[in-house]
Design a protein around this ligand. Structure first.
Ligand code: DX5
Ligand code: ZN
Length: 219
């Protein structure tokens, strides 16, 4: 995969929540391709972030696609509202949907957004086999979700390779996104394995020069 096709999706989990509009504008100016919105409910994960209204308000500050990663139980109750609020891509966890995953992906599509399935580090990629033809994106978690600033788990790269190969062998064109502990070194490994969308929270927000940090992730 050519480096030119790599998309960088900074995660606003690491932004200043009291200035989210300005943060979104800054990411757009600094060369981000997507804005990754981490929605956490305090039940699916041990942290609480923001919900539908935050997405709606950010929408007014940027033209970039909003990539909404729902770390919530019962995502089927909320996906239409996230799309209506301005989400361009909505991803839902296998662990939150289980046998209803295909149905939730179809709901997202029907509401007018791109859809994606997410797997935690301890869920095999094979769990997604049946829904892969329905996905615009597949998100491989490279940390256990809940917090920014954790260490990249290299074993998940096997899943990235599996997903990229599966797409090639089956004529599918989903994006492969990776999320957690992405910095220039791990970004390089992830791209080599076949990821083409890189989420990065602390690597962008802890840097004094966000444009340089985003450029460095592109390799
Ligand atoms: C983790 C979130 C990630 C997180 C990544 O639960 O889904 O998007 O913000 O943060 P870093 O890049 O700091 O690991
Ligand atoms: Zn995320």
């Amino acid at each position: 995969m050519a480096m030119g096709n790599i998309k960088i999706a900074p995660s606003i989990l690491s932004a200043d929540f009291a200035k989210m509009g300005e943060e979104a504008e800054s990411l757009e100016r600094c060369g981000a391709d997507l804005i990754h919105c981490d929605v956490m409910d305090g039940v699916f994960v041990n942290n609480i972030t923001f919900g539908i209204k935050m997405v709606e308000d950010i929408r007014r500050h940027t033209a970039l696609p909003l990539d909404c990663h729902l770390m919530i139980v019962h995502p089927e109750k909320y996906v239409e509202r996230f799309v209506k609020a301005g989400a361009d891509i909505v991803t839902v966890h296998f662990e939150a949907c289980r046998e209803n995953l295909a149905g939730v992906l179809a709901q997202i599509r029907a509401a007018g957004a791109k859809c994606g399935a997410v797997v935690n580090p301890d869920t095999p990629a094979e769990a997604l086999r049946e829904v892969l033809p329905l996905c615009d994106m597949v998100l491989v978690m490279s940390v256990f979700p809940g917090f920014g600033g954790q260490k990249f788990i290299p074993e998940v790269l096997d899943k990235v390779r599996f997903l990229r190969d599966f797409a090639g062998e089956n004529g599918l064109s989903y994006d492969v996104e990776i999320d957690g502990g992405i910095a220039p070194d791990t970004a390089k490994e992830a791209v080599k394995a076949g990821a083409n969308v890189l989420v990065a929270g602390s690597a962008v927000f802890r840097s004094a020069d966000r444009a340089a940090a985003i450029a460095a992730l592109r390799g």
